[in-house]
Design a protein around this ligand. Structure first.
Ligand code: BYC
Length: 494
């Protein structure tokens, strides 16, 4: 008897770990026995394919791309690599295994069993957060759709498409939650996710940074480093959710997300590497001699800093206002927690604690203690900044190892903000408040100008020969799936 039970639960665990590819929509949530949701998802599928055709990567749809696909949610081995045409990629619904006896780890419901169904009183808030999360996924694909035609190598082209198909899968993940748990309005929201468009005047994507252009590959690397990292922080917070299906969904998404940030971090490393190598070979000692460096066909370090300033600050805006009742309500409700909530040593209710928030007080930037509950966006943003610093240390190491006295830095959080405490003022990257006239005169020193954009665009010449790389970027240290340098990551078919 005991043996039977354990066999059954082992089999159940296997089903959860391994993805069922026999259905049209691969999944580990037993869709074949959930007819209603399967029908809703199958109904949504053609619209998704149309969206992918219209707004997914431009061109290359018939090319064979060496992509990874999740076949399991076991962290010890979950992906397999193979050549796939993007429209044939198997976008699936994958949830991390259910943790037995999981409890809500924070808020007013702290310690109660996690919800397997939507708690009625928090339905609207939960739906809103799932819709916002879902909206960012297709938005990023739309922003990046033009980049294929200027890829600096087949390796990079493949990474772009890997990121794109997985963002598409993350959209599926949110659509599953909407369709399974939110009935008719969930289905309507799912349809709207395919209707909005990044940058569209009438029907834009929901959050600021997702309506900005990603005009070139340096922007793409900055985006995957800084903006995908906001994704990481938000997914970590949602992975703590008392609504267990959301928690499990986000936990698996984080596994895939790691590669996206790797693409960003190593992408910027490779650009910096190539720049300092070229400067050294040409005997240039001043990294600020922009004209001389640009003449070498590489991106000068000051321009890299400007791009970094732009993408970091756009990403800071994604954390919402420093002081936010929305954030407090979501925490109290047990819907959205803190980064690494379960590892934090406190009461997980935050009724009486405070958190220092950077605010504008009498024209000065000061730290002010605020109730910790309303300061949750600020706290998550601080965790984010700490996480961002790691990449800068690596990039600066490359610069200093080459013998150059130049440091990439994160600008002050008051610089170039559109959301929160500092949205109505101007500040320099060092955090010195300045008036409108000074800002207008000097902003080109800190943010990419049209000239900078034109220069970068002039470098964006596609390289499609196997094992070759554009002049402005170094080859990666290791290949994807340990493939050798001359591996044909994309078999281009036009
Ligand atoms: N742009 O109290 P507030 C990712 C709105 S990225 C436009 O300040 P709250 C990915 C806000 O909606 C992660 N509007 O902020 C990365 C609210 O409007 P309503 C995506 C903004 O609500 C790369 C009002 O201002 N996931 O996954 O505490 C590639 C006042 O809000 C913005 C999430 O964001 C903005 N930047 O926090 C692919 C997680 N900021 O409701 C994917 C889910 C604020 O008054 N979202 N507003 O009309 C959330 O947790 C929260 O909604 C936010 C905002 C953190 C975004």
């Amino acid at each position: 008897m005991t043996e039977n039970v354990s066999n059954v639960s082992k089999e159940h665990a296997m089903n959860i770990m391994n993805v069922d590819y026999s259905t049209k929509i691969p999944n580990n949530v037993n869709l074949s026995e959930d007819r209603q949701v399967l029908k809703a998802l199958e109904g949504w599928h053609p619209g998704y394919m149309n969206w992918w055709g219209d707004m997914g990567p431009e061109g290359f749809q018939q090319s064979l791309v060496y992509l990874r696909t999740a076949y399991s949610v076991d962290p010890r081995g979950w992906a397999k690599f193979d050549y796939v045409k993007m429209p044939d990629y198997r976008w699936g619904i994958l949830l991390a295994p259910q943790e037995e006896n999981r409890v809500i780890p924070f808020g007013e419901h702290f310690g109660e069993p996690a919800w397997q169904e939507v708690p009625g009183e928090h339905r609207a808030m939960l739906r809103r957060l799932i819709v916002i999360q879902g909206d960012t996924e297709p938005a990023s694909v739309e922003q990046q759709r033009h980049l294929g035609k200027t890829a600096p190598s087949l390796y990079d082209l493949r990474n772009l498409f890997q990121v794109n198909v997985e963002e598409g899968r993350h959209l599926w993940a949110m659509v599953y939650l909407l369709q399974k748990y939110f009935g008719r309005d969930g289905r309507e929201e799912a349809d709207d996710l395919l209707r909005r468009r990044s940058g569209d005047a009438d029907s834009p994507r929901m959050l600021g940074a997702f309506n900005e252009a990603t005009p070139d590959w340096l922007s793409f690397f900055m985006f995957t480093y800084f903006t995908d990292r906001d994704g990481k922080m938000q997914l970590h917070s949602l992975a703590q959710s008392g609504f267990d299906p959301l928690s499990r969904t986000c936990r698996f998404m984080l596994t895939e997300e790691a590669h996206h940030m790797f693409v960003g971090e190593t992408g910027i490393s490779r650009v910096v590497q190539r720049t300092v190598e070229a400067m050294k070979a040409a005997g240039i000692s001043d990294p600020n001699d922009v004209a001389k460096v640009r003449a070498l066909g590489v991106v000068d370090l000051p321009t890299i800093q400007k791009k970094l300033n732009l993408h970091y600050t756009l990403s800071l805006d994604l954390f919402g206002s420093e002081v936010s009742t929305n954030a407090a309500n979501a925490f109290n409700a047990g819907i959205k927690g803190r980064f690494h909530e379960t590892q934090i040593k406190d009461d997980h209710r935050l009724q009486n604690s405070t958190y220092p928030v950077l605010k504008l007080v009498n024209g000065e930037i000061k730290r002010v203690d605020e109730p910790a509950l309303t300061a949750l966006n600020m706290r998550l943003r601080d965790d984010y900044t700490q996480d961002c610093v790691k990449g800068l240390l690596r990039w600066n190491k490359i610069i200093s190892t080459a013998g150059y006295d130049f440091k990439l830095t994160l600008p002050n959080v008051a610089f170039h903000r559109q959301i929160g405490e500092f949205k109505d003022i101007h500040a320099t990257p060092d955090g010195v408040l300045i008036d409108d006239a000074t800002w207008n005169k000097r902003k080109g020193e800190w943010l990419p100008s049209t000239d900078d954009g034109d220069f970068i665009a002039s470098l964006m010449i596609p390289v499609t020969e196997v094992g070759e790389f554009a002049s402005w970027i170094s080859p990666p240290k290791v290949g994807i799936d340990n493939k050798p340098g001359d591996f044909e990551y994309v078999k281009i078919e036009t």
